[in-house]
Ligand binder design. Structure first.
Ligand code: CTP
Length: 395
């Protein structure tokens, strides 16, 4: 995924430095070329050999290292870099970068780098809250540096508060956001619905379905990586929410309808993958459940058809729905496409192994008014990417 990309990791003197080994390793696994530059202080916390072993590149510390072939190393590395991340970034290095001081390999290289630059501060809470540090951070933001908010928690110094470097996975998601994909959806607003809706029967029970939200979350994440401004309207799920996506949590179909209704008009692409509970009890309170011949009868009514209602009022939006079928998948889905006036429908056959609810894979057939494309069994991430490719080719 990061083949051909070069990331420079700047590591400074903070206890969190050891965590960067995991980040370097994760990047290498994604076929990224990783170069690590450490400050002298950082070498007190983690040995450069660790990074050299993981990345296969010499870890740079000293600007005037004599063991090197002569080339102006800081400039050549700065030119190669697609992204520069300083993590953990100490108050000292933040101050130096903000003030234009370049007195070691890390600060000279970042000064010469024109690629996106991300800084992840990590320090004691009192240091982080010091107005001088805060001013330096604001200054860096003004120069276009992206700042990763430190996490709160128990700090190595024994204090509890803000100042922890976020976990390597979080840093990786920042890197992926910048260089994980081509930005072919930049400037587009994308709305995705995902997950199951729930309809209350009484204060304890509800009607719902088996949706996990995985497919919709993968679409939202892929659209975000491709540069779109993404809103994810989601029913209750138990999976990690994608980063850098606006999340709107909903429970019932009515709440999902209202959330979609509020922002539909401003969207460019709308993908409704939510598994909306089709029925809800007419009356919710337990005492209103009809008693007939000694048995409880639950009277049901249809929930609002969110996709159909929205599609009816669409102007320039590209609207894509999903359809879950157990038989006659293509015919039924084509009928839904027409009935709901959709631009595209992604059909799942729930009887095919590896497709549908809960799995990490999916088998999807993409149907438009003039085309039927069967995708092979793929991970939901790959399916998401294929769906967005198809939409892009049609807008
Ligand atoms: N959908 C919706 N609102 C509903 C039900 C479904 O917006 N109340 C959307 C789903 O998000 C999906 C598409 O409609 O994108 C198709 O859903 P599906 O459950 O397969 O079909 P239904 O519309 O419920 O039609 P039917 O019950 O006739 O199969």
């Amino acid at each position: 995924m990061l083949k051909g990309k070069t990331v420079v990791l700047g590591v400074t003197g903070s206890i969190a430095a050891y965590k960067i080994a995991n980040l370097a390793s994760a990047l290498v696994k994604k076929h990224c070329s990783v170069h690590v530059i450490m400050t002298k202080n950082a070498t007190n916390f983690i040995n450069p050999i660790t990074f050299e072993t993981l990345t296969g590149h010499k870890c740079l510390v000293d600007t005037f290292d004599r063991n090197f072939e002569f080339s102006v190393e800081h400039v050549s590395l700065a030119k190669q870099a697609d992204l520069f991340l300083v993590a953990p970034a100490s108050a000292n290095v933040i101050g130096k970068i903000a003030s234009g001081i370049a007195d070691d390999m890390l600060t000279t290289t970042i000064m010469a780098a024109k690629c996106p630059k991300i800084i992840a501060p990590a320090m004691n809470t009192n240091m982080f809250e010091n107005p001088i540090v805060q001013d330096n951070i604001e200054k860096l933001k003004g120069y276009g540096y992206e700042i990763v908010e430190p996490a709160s928690g128990y700090l190595a110094c024994g204090d509890t508060g803000k100042g922890k470097m976020p976990e390597p996975e979080v840093l990786l998601s920042y890197i992926m956001k910048h260089i994980g994909c081509k930005k072919d959806l930049a400037g587009k607003k994308v709305l995705v619905t995902a997950g199951p809706t729930m309809e209350k029967i009484d204060p304890v029970r509800f009607i719902s379905n088996h949706s996990t939200g995985k497919m919709g979350y993968a679409i939202a994440n892929n659209a975000m990586l491709r540069g779109a401004d993404v809103t994810l309207v989601t029913g209750r799920t138990y999976i990690k929410k994608p980063d850098f996506v606006k999340i709107v949590d909903v429970t019932s179909a009515q709440e999902m309808f209202e959330a979609v209704d509020r922002i539909f008009d401003e969207q460019d692409i709308v993908i409704m993958s939510a598994a909306v509970a089709d029925y809800r009890p007419k009356l919710v309170a337990e005492e209103k459940i009809k008693k007939q011949s000694g048995e409880s009868v639950l009277e049901l009514e249809r929930t609002k058809d969110i996709l159909g209602t929205m599609s009816d009022r669409k102007k320039n939006q590209f609207v894509c729905g999903f359809s879950m079928e157990t038989e006659n998948m293509v015919e039924n889905s084509k009928a839904k496409l027409e009935k709901k006036k959709l631009d595209m429908i992604c059909a799942n056959n729930l009887k095919v192994p590896g497709a549908g609810f809960g799995t990490d894979t999916n088998v999807v057939t993409i149907i438009t008014s003039d085309d039927v494309t069967e995708l092979p069994l793929q991970s939901k991430e790959e399916v998401a990417s294929s769906i967005l490719d198809m939409i892009l080719s049609r807008i």
